[in-house]
Every structure is written in structure tokens, then in C-alpha cells.
Ligand binder design. Sequence first.
Ligand SMILES: [Zn+2]
Length: 316
Amino acid sequence: MSTHHALAFDIGGSNIRGAVVDSSGVLVSRLNEPTGAGPADTLMKMASRLISETDRGVEGIGVAVAGIIDPSAGTILRSPNIPTLAGMAPAALLQERFGLRAEIANDANAAALGEKWLGSGRNFSNFVLLTLGTGIGCGVVMHDMLLPVAAEAGHMSIANDGPTCGCGNIGCLEQFASASAIIGRAMAEIEKGAPSLLRELHQGNFYKMTAENVYAAALEGDSLARTVLRDAGRALGVGMANLVNIFSPEAIIVTGGLTGAWKIYGEAASAEAARRSLPELFAKTQIIVSPVFDDAGLYGAAQLVFQTCAPKESIS
Ligand SMILES: [Zn+2]
């Protein structure tokens, strides 16, 4: 089997990662640049450099991006963390500039493809990936293929009320179960006067608190921290139950920073998901904590190329 090469990008709020990846999953070379104010220019420069530095033929370009994408036009409809990306079609720009076929996907969708190729998804044909961090991302793999749907599980509506989400709505899962939600709730309770170890953090400047701080306090028995983590976990469990009932996946794979708090947050999530899912479906769903696979989005972007440009090779 001959080896193919793809140029892959993962455009995030802070950094753009770029790499040449081969079809056996080896990262041949890589670059990392701050996203900055002109992400399109940065992307073009990185692509130019990676292509000129590689002596192997690159067959296509895959782009993963934190945002909502119009799959037919390849346009970024909205990117909450990188507003300058709205309206941009990076794959089309790259395709035009370098004459290589280019594909684009949402970063969590791409991460699901990366997990399927080289991570915890390898053992499953049908799974849902949840990325649990500042926000909540999702990708769905069915019959070994990434479903070409938005899968914005972070904006799954799970409550009649609640804080306003970055998307402008209320009731979104992300506003109850993400790291930002955990930190926001803990701060609000402390402001209201709740006693907590978290009050003493960062020389009393508890506004610098992280989700790790909340977890550490919870492990020390802090009642506020435990309540906040359990409630966030319960909310995640509601979202998971919806995913189980809709997709009946073999697995829900969870990854991202919040999996570090799994012992409390995840136990609450699993218990709530068990309580709320259709039992026949839940019995067939494994909940898997994936070791943090930091480059899943980058590998997934490469896989977008291999799946579409070299389908025959992937079968042989
Ligand atoms: Zn939302």
C-alpha cells in the first residue's frame, strides 16, 4: 500500500496548528502559529511553508475549525471564539491558491474522525464524541463515517431557563455542563456568600479560579465545589441521555479537560444518563473516557482528505 500525504489544519481560538500527515497516521512535519487578527493570512503562509518544506506530494488539504460550517458552500457561518472567521471559506481559498482539493469540517466533528482513525473510536463503528472543555463540542460517527451534520450538542436545549449562551439562546447544555459553566456557577455562589475553600484561591481573587481548582476543592470535601460539579455532571447526563435515545451509539466517547474531573462530574453524568435513557439503548452504550488526544482535530482534518481523495487506498 502506497503512502499518501495530506496537509492538515486545526484553527482554534488561540492557535492555528498545521501539519503534513501521512496516511499511516505519522505526522511528518508541523507548525503552530497564533491565530491572531488575520487568520486567513496566517493560514496561507503556513500552508505555503509546509508545502515548500515537504518533498512528498501533498494530495489535498483538510481544515478543522472551531465554528459552525455550511457544508455545501464550506463557509464558516459563525465562530464564537474567532469572530473574524465569519463568512470565510478557508478550504476554497486554499484550493484556489494551491490547486489542491480542500475539505473543511467543524473541529469537534474532525476530532471524532481523528478518534475513529487513531484514538478511542477505533473499536467502534457507531459512536458519539463529546469534547468537554470551555465549551462542549460533538461529532457523530455512524457506519465508520463521520456524519455530515452539525452535531452541536453543546447547544442542545435541555432547560426552559438558564443563563444566556454565547449562541444567544437560553437552556443550552454548554451553559450547564461546560468548564465555563462550572466556574461561573461557583463564582456566583461565592459572590452570594456561600462558604467554600475556593474563596481563598489565588490570594482571595477567586475570579481566577479554574475548573481544576473546583475539582481539587471537591476532592478535599468542599461542599459547594461538589454540588457544582455534580449538578454540571447531571446536566451532561441529560444531554447524554438525549444522544443515546437519538443515535443508540455503541459508545459515547468523552474527551477534553473536564474528563480530569470525571470521578465526580462523570459519575453524576453517567448516573443521570442511565436514569433518563431508554434502558434497552443505554444497556448497549459504553461511556468511554478517552485519554486526551490533543491532535485529534488535526488528524481528523487529514482524514477528511484521505476519505475523499483516496477512497480506494483506504479499502485495500
Ligand atoms: Zn447555545
